[in-house]
Design a protein around this ligand. Structure first.
Ligand code: PGA
Length: 234
């Protein structure tokens, strides 16, 4: 069984979500499917599809204008939340410390954080990929996970770019993440690969050792693109 998460980013509408969840209802799969949508599209009316958000406040309540707490996400229908996505790290200066606090807030509220780590092109070219991945995992994962986290390896240079690392590079990254999690007492944590996943490469990516699923951006927006990814792995 694989874990397939869609990240709608700042796209979609309530009508598009309804269209997607009713299409997903008829898909015959044992895989876990989650759609991470903008806050305003969270709903309890999901045709049985699990929803997630794309960010969460590290604080539980109070004077934090514009922020949304993990408990509020839960009330609105979210079961998951992406934290530390590359675009949050890039445009909102989110560090591993901030990501860890957000993940901890989600866990506390009973929401599973999907914690993203990955290297930029500059870091890759400087030969720092493995160091960035390992410190990303060590520093972004809270001490007390309650067995409730998912990790996503997203090479930041490949997101939305139509580029993917080689299968050997993905395998090396995922093996390092699995070993790091094991050394933290978190063996068995699902680790997703994300960046430019589509119907044509999903099965190959999901067959790489230590890849437990995928986090899909652009190709999760339309049923015709997303469903083949889900069904490419039984
Ligand atoms: P992409 O995005 O599939 O469009 O590359 C992945 C992501 O940002 O999670």
């Amino acid at each position: 069984m694989k874990f397939i998460a869609g990240n709608w980013k700042m796209n979609g509408s309530a009508a598009a979500l309804k269209n997607m969840t009713s299409a997903l209802r008829d898909v015959d799969t044992k895989n876990t499917v989650v759609l991470c949508v903008p806050f305003t599209m969270l709903t309890h009316d999901t045709d049985g599809v699990a929803l997630g958000a794309q960010d969460v406040s590290a604080h539980d309540h109070g004077a934090y204008t514009g922020e949304v707490s993990a408990q509020m996400l839960k009330d609105a229908g979210a079961r998951y939340v992406i934290v530390g996505h590359s675009e949050r790290r890039q445009y909102h200066d989110e560090t591993n410390d901030i990501v860890r606090d957000k993940a901890a807030a989600a866990i506390e509220a009973g929401i599973t954080p999907i914690i993203c780590v990955g290297e930029t092109m500059d870091e890759k070219q400087a030969g720092k990929t493995m160091a960035i991945i390992e410190s990303g995992v060590r520093e972004s994962v809270p001490t007390d996970t309650n067995g409730k986290i998912v990790i996503a390896y997203e090479p930041r240079w490949a997101i939305g770019a139509g580029l993917t690392p080689t299968a050997a590079e993905i395998a090396e990254a995922h093996t390092l993440i699995a070993k790091t999690l094991e050394s933290m007492g978190l063996a068995g944590t699902p680790v997703l690969y994300g960046a430019s996943v589509k119907g044509s490469n999903a099965a190959e990516i999901m067959s790489i050792p230590n890849v437990d699923g995928v986090l899909v951006g652009g190709a999760s927006l339309k049923p015709d693109d997303f469903i083949p990814i889900i069904t490419s792995m039984k």
